[in-house]
Design a protein around this ligand. Structure first.
Ligand SMILES: NC(=O)c1ccc[n+]([C@@H]2O[C@H](COP(=O)([O-])OP(=O)(O)OC[C@H]3O[C@@H](n4cnc5c(N)ncnc54)[C@H](OP(=O)(O)O)[C@@H]3O)[C@@H](O)[C@H]2O)c1
Length: 257
């Protein structure tokens, strides 16, 4: 996550999309514990306020800025400017975590869910990166983390659109690594396996079945995924890494994810 030294950088600010819940909230808490100043965001202001309060109780710094990432590009650019302002005029990093996962098959997917999922999972990270990465590149340092999914790498009779959007996000991260990496912006993907969060709270048996054959034999926790987001090799120029917590080590030489 860090662009330079992980312990001595004086002013580290990070936007975590979808940080009102699940993996995003855990990532916000973990990064706050490491000294990052957080911009917490989502649609739900009360859950956002709760995450901010928890971070502040722990001695960290956080601000909530509301967002609807299903909105059109202009509104996303307005949100990006508000997030930079809330961060004190500079964002050092962004974690693209917010996503929708309509729990249906292809035939059952509604047009509204189709549009919203494409917008939140692909359009929003694209527009936000276009808005935020150039300033990082101009400063010669920055970090972008995309939260992918193991579902991007398998075929499943459900959640086909979701899986396709995750594959698209992972490919965007590779392209961004090539595009912004030479200017000092590190871009990496963390692809969680099935993880217990509010999104699958009612699907206990299915989540347990899906993870029974994995090395750990159980679902992950949001905190385990957050630790992967927050802990790349210190000082490493590693970029374009398809980190897959709970699925085995990254095949890239020198990569610890
Ligand atoms: N849980 C898993 O098993 C699993 C596995 C692999 C990958 N992942 C990935 O991990 C990430 C987080 O998943 P999660 O399980 O933690 O999900 P979650 O608990 O449902 O959280 C989703 C977050 O996205 C935000 N969000 C949704 N729609 C939004 C919109 N239109 N505008 C702004 N924010 C919006 C939500 O905030 P509001 O409700 O406040 O808007 C919430 O904070 C996702 O990228 C997901 O694909 C999860």
């Amino acid at each position: 996550m860090t662009a330079t030294d992980p312990t001595t950088h004086p002013s580290r600010t990070v936007l975590v999309t979808g940080s009102t819940s699940g993996i995003g909230a855990a990532t916000a808490r973990t990064l706050a514990d490491q000294g990052w100043s957080l911009v917490v965001t989502g649609r739900d202001a009360s859950r956002g306020a709760a995450v901010v309060a928890e971070i502040e109780r722990g001695g960290g710094r956080a601000t909530f800025v509301a967002s609807d990432l299903a909105g059109p590009p202009d509104s996303l650019r307005v949100f990006a400017r508000a997030a930079v302002d809330a961060a004190g005029g500079r964002l050092d990093a962004v974690v693209h975590n917010a996503a929708l996962c309509p729990p249906v098959d292809t035939v059952s997917l509604t047009d509204d869910d189709l549009e919203a999922t494409l917008a939140v999972n692909i359009r929003a990270p694209h527009v936000l990166t276009a808005a935020l990465a150039p300033a990082m590149a101009a400063r010669g340092q920055g970090a972008i983390v995309v939260i992918g999914s193991w579902m991007a790498h398998v075929g499943h009779a459900f959640v086909g659109l979701y899986s396709a959007t995750k594959a698209a996000e992972i490919q965007l991260a590779r392209s961004w690594a090539a595009e912004f990496g030479p200017a000092g912006v590190r871009v990496n993907t963390v692809s969680p396996g099935a993880t217990r969060t509010p999104v699958n709270a009612g699907a206990g048996d299915i989540v347990a079945q899906m993870t029974a054959g994995t090395p750990a034999g159980r679902p992950g926790t949001p905190e385990e995924i957050a630790a992967a987001v927050a802990a790349p090799p210190p000082g490493s120029p590693l970029s374009g890494c398809p980190g897959r917590p709970r699925r085995g080590p990254c095949p890239r030489a020198g990569c610890r994810r």
